[in-house]
Structures are given as C-alpha cells and as structure tokens.
Write a protein that binds this ligand. Sequence first.
Ligand code: ADP
Ligand code: MG
Length: 212
Amino acid sequence: MSITSFSQLPLNQALAQRLVDLNYMVPTAVQSVSLAPALTGLDLVVKGKTGSGKTLVFSLALLNKLQPECNEVQALVLCPTRELADQVAQEIRKVAALIGNVKVQTLCGGTPIEPQTRALQHGAHIVVGTPGRVEEHVFNGSLMLTETQTVVFDEADQMLDMGFTETLESILVYVPEVRQTLMFSATYPDKIMKLAKQYMREPEFVEAKEEQ
Ligand code: ADP
Ligand code: MG
C-alpha cells in the first residue's frame, strides 16, 4: 500500500504528534511506499538514494513497537561509518522525543570501548553502531541481543563493499530468528540479494517510482 499522508499509518500518538511538531507534512516518495509494510512488521529491502528520507522509515518501524518499560535492546541499527551512526542516532532520538525515556546508545569503533560497556550496563533500548564494534560487544558479553525485535542494515551496499559481510553474519547469530529485518541500500548488487535471501523472511523489495 502506498500512502499520501502520515495519518494513514497505524502510528502511536507520541509518534504521530511528533511528526506534526517536526513539520514532516508529507511522506517522501520512498516513505510513501515503504512505511505501511514496514509498520506491519514485514521484512523489507528498500532502495533509495541519499537524502530520500530512509532514516524515518526504520525509525518509525522500530519506535512504534518499542516498549520503554522493557530495559532490553529491542532494536539494532548497523551503519557503515561512525558519522552515519551518529546521524541516525540523532534522528531516532529526535523522532522518539515524545515517547519519553528512550535510550539510544551508539557503539562505534575508533573510540574507547570501556565507556560504551559501562553505558550498556545502564541499559539501552536501541543500539546504533558500526559492525566491528558491535561484534566486539556481542562477543565479550556486554551487548545482549536476545530481546531484539528489529534489525536494520542502513547503507547496506556500502557496508558490504567495506568487507563487513562476515561481521554482519556473526552478529546475526545472536539475534532471535523471529524478528523484523529491514535493509536500506542505494543499489541492489548480488551481495545484497544474497544477504537478503539468507537472513530475511520473504523480504519485499520496495523502491520509489519517482524519487523526490
Ligand atoms: P537518507 O537516509 O535516505 O539519505 P535521511 O533519512 O537522512 O535520508 O533524510 C534526509 C533529510 O530529510 C533529513 O534531514 C530528514 O530529517 C528529512 N526528512 C525525512 N523525511 C521527511 C519528510 N517526510 N518531510 C520533511 N523532511 C523529511
Ligand atoms: Mg540514510
């Protein structure tokens, strides 16, 4: 289903109101085709160029089912670089503002690991990070993904080009099989199709007809 207004979506009040406050008036092309299936919990591979508004798609999908009273990592977002992870974390925090007490933790390399480990001990609802550092935290037991319901691969083509395929696969071993997996990419190379086939449940491939 393609939507023309955010009001057509089954969003909880805190998210619907926040879109109004943020002055997000109409969905972008990629949002209009992917938000409805994303919110029903389907696995999606979404193709869209830079600046098309993909972050909001997965932010709403993971936040709409988030339970703030459950102090576990419920969503994991993997990004190719620290800069992208920081941007994504910022956008999620912005969209989540009216839900209250949503803890978003970034886990990126190139920075000491101990403060991240301590932060994780205080709990995180959403982890946004780069594959290598997330894998490190999973392996040393500081990051538990047993309650994770949503996994997002952002800029998936870039992550695979950077050689992260095996790292992504080793992280997924620790995430429940029953989950929603969302993949975002500017291109659909063979590597993407292979990853989607192996780790997603009957993924739907969505692409905006006319990108804004
Ligand atoms: P992408 O990940 O596809 O490259 P982003 O998710 O970073 O793009 O979005 C680009 C910019 O557009 C961001 O600043 C975001 O806040 C803004 N944006 C996203 N959706 C909307 C919308 N529906 N209306 C207005 N601005 C939007
Ligand atoms: Mg993006």
